[in-house]
Design a protein around this ligand. Structure first.
Ligand SMILES: [Zn+2]
Length: 432
């Protein structure tokens, strides 16, 4: 029979073995006491957050870094389409055939596909000629969105209205800026970008001086487009127009006329629709989405940054047009920080944030954590809260900041300035 001593020895071996190789990781949450001890007395975080921080308003800080794309999550713009027509459906998408709603539904789905195709691809800018501006990913997509409580609603609507069906681009009867059609027919206007497809008015079309072009206008969170009814061609021919107007919604301006706020877009004569328009156009035609060239399919790094700055702006009504994908915690969207990085822009992330040993993350602006997510500061890692605002944007709680320690090596959290931490489940406080 084995002695008790021997049994104990056998049992102890694995314990000692594991104990030696995997030292116990202790973890605890950063608490209000720790936080308060580092915050100056004149604590007025959120109140002054928007006013103070110029770096959080710098569009350059929103330009995606292709080496760190996990830190620049995709954004989804909800859109719906309204097809306007007369009560007798006088306007058709196919010459010589009556208006067919099925065809319009196919067309709408085509728009989405073609617009997203250009957003996925982004292209090299043609201007300035022979430039070396990098082609960065355009990090947003369009999503057709019906009412969430109605499975029948596909986000495509038909309105037959003799008063409001038409678009007049110019002249004394121009109704470009008229919002009556929005007031009457908008669906979920606070959370979905409503796009109205209107025919040109027949009286305008009859005038020899009225250009029956593809045209559009962005008014706040709404878009009107015209020139689609009665034209030859497919939805591919209008993808530039729709992406252009949506670009306006998210703060982009035309590049050729005036300073659009971006140094990597160039002003140009604006009369080169294509390289063959006139002599000289071979090096002066723009393919920028925000110009009027025959291809509107490229955005510069600064333009992409500008769009994301608007999308991240907590106070902007445009932000509400996005699917709030940052509410639900996604385990596969964990962000791992392995080096030293400063986040100088507002961010809405979709997973946990893990700061690896010897890495450092400095937060300067607003950071929204998804419900149930946490920031893990591993032993030897550093999290610097520099005058920043951490919260959950969905009326729920995130877990908080977990500090890990192994033996005497500990994760470190340093708080500076008017940092505010809200909606935290662990760590003993729920509100800054
Ligand atoms: Zn425009």
């Amino acid at each position: 029979m084995m002695s008790l001593k021997k049994v104990l020895f056998i049992l102890l071996i694995p314990t000692i073995w594991f104990g030696a190789c995997t030292p116990q990781v202790e973890s605890f949450f950063y608490t209000q006491e720790q936080f308060a001890s580092q915050v100056p007395e004149s604590y007025d975080g959120k109140k002054t957050y928007r006013m103070r921080k110029a770096i959080c308003r710098d569009q350059a800080n929103y330009i995606p870094d292709t080496n760190r794309m996990a830190e620049f999550p995709m954004r989804y713009v909800r859109v719906n389409f309204h097809w306007m027509n007369t009560t007798d459906a006088a306007f058709s998408l196919e010459n010589g055939k009556p208006f067919d709603e099925k065809k319009a539904i196919e067309y709408t789905e085509g728009f989405l596909h073609a617009c997203n195709y250009d957003l996925i691809k982004n292209r090299k800018l043609w201007l300035p000629h022979n430039n070396d501006i990098p082609v960065l990913p355009i990090n947003y997509r369009l999503v057709l969105s019906g009412r969430p409580d109605n499975p029948e609603d596909d986000g495509i609507y038909f309105h037959y209205d003799d008063e409001l069906y038409y678009y007049v681009d110019r002249g004394k009867n121009s109704n470009q800026f008229d919002r009556k059609v929005f007031k009457k027919y908008a669906v979920q206007p606070d959370t979905v970008l409503n796009i109205f497809v209107l025919p040109h008015h027949p009286d305008s079309v009859a005038s020899p001086t009225y250009p029956v072009n593809r045209v559009g206008i962005a008014l706040g969170t709404y878009v009107k487009v015209s020139g689609i009814y009665g034209k030859k061609g497919s939805f591919w021919d209008y993808r530039g127009l729709i992406n252009h107007e949506i670009g306006h919604v998210f703060s982009l301006m035309h590049t050729w006329k005036y300073n659009d706020g971006c140094d990597d877009t160039v002003r140009h004569p604006g009369d080169c629709y294509s390289p063959n328009s006139r002599p000289g156009c071979d090096t002066l035609t723009s393919n920028n989405m925000m110009d009027y060239g025959y291809l509107q399919h490229a955005l510069s790094p600064c333009q992409i940054g500008k769009v994301h700055k608007t999308m991240s702006n907590y106070t902007s009504p445009k932000r509400k047009l996005l699917e709030p994908v940052w509410c639900q915690l996604k385990e596969d969207s964990t962000i791992v920080i392995r080096d030293s990085i400063d986040w100088k822009c507002d961010k809405d992330v979709e997973g946990h944030i893990i700061i690896e040993p010897d890495a450092q993350l400095t937060l300067h602006c607003r950071l929204a954590m998804p419900s149930g997510a946490k920031i893990v500061v591993k032993p030897g890692a550093k999290l610097i809260l520099n005058d920043c605002w951490l919260h959950n944007d969905c009326g729920e709680e995130w877990q908080g900041i977990e500090i890990q320690q192994v033996r005497d090596k500990k994760g470190e959290v340093i708080s500076r300035g008017n940092t505010i931490i809200e909606n935290v489940a662990n760590g003993g406080w729920v509100s800054g």
